[in-house]
Design a protein around this ligand. Structure first.
Ligand SMILES: *[C@@H]1O[C@H](CO)[C@@H](O)[C@H](O)[C@H]1NC(C)=O
Ligand SMILES: *[C@@H]1O[C@H](CO)[C@@H](O)[C@H](O)[C@H]1NC(C)=O
Ligand SMILES: *[C@@H]1O[C@H](CO)[C@@H](O)[C@H](O)[C@H]1NC(C)=O
Ligand SMILES: *[C@@H]1O[C@H](CO)[C@@H](O)[C@H](O)[C@H]1NC(C)=O
Ligand SMILES: *[C@@H]1O[C@H](CO)[C@@H](O)[C@H](O)[C@H]1NC(C)=O
Ligand SMILES: *[C@@H]1O[C@H](CO)[C@@H](O)[C@H](O)[C@H]1NC(C)=O
Ligand SMILES: *[C@@H]1O[C@H](CO)[C@@H](O)[C@H](O)[C@H]1NC(C)=O
Length: 453
């Protein structure tokens, strides 16, 4: 009897529900579209890989450098002008009858939450999430001195994200000064937007490949919508814009009818995500040889700040940028590499345009959501079990998940010992440290290093 009661209690426990064992809860398939929206995903901790974020046994973090994408915005200019606005206008002009379709009937009365001058502005929820990340950093590093400076590129959304994070971290409100770094097209590597100063980088790269997959996955959705509401001239761009609206409307209002799983199925959300992943793969990922060169300067400057003996070194460095930079930093660090441990390096073959590679490591939702953050931490450890490696170790954390570096994981919790890390960094510096030459810079006074810290 007692055993029965105990197992009944277990059945009701949420922990067990996530084991997806059908004996204990049938039909327990769960799916959250908000975690598959690529660059429009609200901030979340993907637990990819599911390693414990707590410092390993005997270790404490003594210094950290963060790169943070700005928080949630009303809409990105390009998304708005290419997909959302045309759909919204068409909707405003249409005489099509949506009422016959249970899934689409909300469009009769739905109004766009994005006004023309809202584009690129932080939403209230985005501002709150940035502040909350500031609170979280304070909790994560209770022994740290408040930073004297933080850095942000000059766009309003990066500056306001930094101010919100500061308000969550600095309880006195006057300890941290925000330094704005101009988004120059002639800065060389010395900015938080180095891709803008790199002629070899093109912002449209990857759109051709992603549109191939977009056409493919939207076809059956178009057929379904045309059958349901024949009077609306449905296009693939409408479908894509509606899926984007799930993300934007959610970060504006907290919920969106476009996220409904009866409007788009889980598989269709995964296809939307993959379309984006293909684009980012070719744009700022392993499919673009310039990616690690763009991410390198931040890595190098951050490692230098963590190594520094200067009395003016800060415990915490935080810099704000746009969606392009964090993925290039991850490539410079060799993380989320679909080819890792495969003994081959055919990056494009891992992102086929004919079908989804569900086993890919490169999932943009996990690495460039709003407020996505990449950190390098310096740790002091009592070396218990790692005495040969000294007591100084380094690790990378992406959205609160530790990321072991390839061939640099000889420390506690798969962190990397100082000596190993120095060699590893030097080897990557040799490969990726030549910004001006690799970018084909033609303007004067370019530089290969980020020197803002
Ligand atoms: C909708 O109507 C407005 C005003 O008549 C017009 O300017 C606009 O081009 C129309 N849009 C579409 C997509 O038909
Ligand atoms: C912030 O204000 C407090 C209280 O007025 C003061 O003691 C402290 O020195 C100020 N800090 C800075 C960095 O100005
Ligand atoms: C339907 O949309 C396509 C693509 O935007 C456009 O070329 C076509 O003229 C539209 N047809 C009607 C009947 O509005
Ligand atoms: C991957 O595709 C891109 C085109 O976006 C090409 O420039 C690049 O060289 C390809 N990479 C490899 C390893 O073939
Ligand atoms: C990705 O992994 C492959 C296979 O191990 C490796 O050859 C390649 O250098 C890695 N790419 C980067 C940028 O680290
Ligand atoms: C790394 O940063 C240091 C310190 O700012 C700088 O002197 C050096 O040139 C940089 N090296 C590379 C390869 O980026
Ligand atoms: C490059 O730097 C030199 C020396 O500081 C300066 O005189 C020159 O105006 C700069 N050139 C440009 C194009 O900024």
């Amino acid at each position: 009897m007692l055993a029965l009661l105990a197992s009944a209690a277990l059945l009701a426990s949420p922990a067990l529900a996530t084991t997806h064992n059908s004996l204990y809860s049938p039909n327990n398939y769960e799916f959250e579209p908000l975690e598959h929206l690529a660059g429009i995903a609200p901030y979340f901790d993907p637990q990819d890989p599911p390693l414990d974020p707590a410092p390993p046994q005997g270790c404490s973090v003594t210094r950290a450098a963060y790169l943070v994408r700005h928080a949630a915005i009303y809409a990105n200019d390009f998304d708005y002008e290419s997909y959302i606005e045309p759909f919204v206008q068409k909707l405003a002009n249409t005489s099509a009858d949506f009422s016959a379709s249970p899934e689409l009937s909300f469009l009769k009365s739905w109004k766009s939450p994005i006004a023309d001058d809202d584009e690129e502005k932080l939403t209230k929820i985005g501002t709150l999430e940035a502040m909350s990340l500031g609170v979280e950093l304070g909790r994560r590093y209770p022994g740290f001195k408040l930073p004297r400076k933080m850095w942000a590129s000059t766009a309003e959304r990066t500056v306001k994200s930094a101010q919100a994070l500061m308000s969550g971290l600095d309880h006195r409100g006057n300890e941290t000064q925000l330094v704005q770094i101009y988004e120059s097209e002639e800065s060389g590597a010395d900015s938080l937007t180095p891709y803008k100063a790199c002629p070899a980088y093109s912002s449209s790269r990857g759109s051709e490949q992603s549109s191939t997959f977009q056409k493919k996955y939207t076809k059956p959705i178009l057929a379904r919508f045309k059958a349901a509401v024949p009077g609306f001239n449905w296009t693939a761009s409408d479908i894509y814009g509606m899926q984007q609206l799930c993300g934007y409307e959610s970060v504006i209002k907290g919920a969106s009818p476009f996220c409904s799983l009866s409007l788009f199925t889980p598989n269709e959300w995964l296809a939307f995500e993959y379309t984006n992943d293909i684009m980012y793969h070719h744009n700022t990922g392993y499919g673009n040889p310039i990616s690690p060169v763009l991410g390198w300067p931040w890595v190098n400057a951050s490692v230098a700040a963590l190594f520094s003996d200067s009395p003016s070194a800060q415990d915490l460095y935080v810099s704000f940028t746009h969606r392009e930079l964090p993925p290039t930093v991850l490539v410079a660090l060799g993380l989320f590499n679909n080819s890792a441990a495969s003994a081959s390096n055919d990056a494009n073959a891992t992102m086929p345009l004919s079908q989804i590679n569900h086993r890919r490591a490169w999932k943009s939702s996990n690495i460039l959501s709003f407020l996505t953050n990449v950190a390098i931490e310096k740790m002091s450890c009592d070396s218990y079990g790692f005495a040969d490696a000294g007591n100084e170790f380094y690790r990378v954390i992406v959205n609160n998940s530790p990321q072991p570096l390839d061939a640099c994981a000889d420390g506690p919790g798969e962190s990397c010992a100082r000596a190993t890390f120095e060699n590893w960094i030097q080897e990557r510096a040799d490969r990726y440290g030549d910004f001006s030459r690799e970018c084909g810079v033609t303007y004067q006074n370019s530089t290969d290093a980020l020197s803002i810290y």
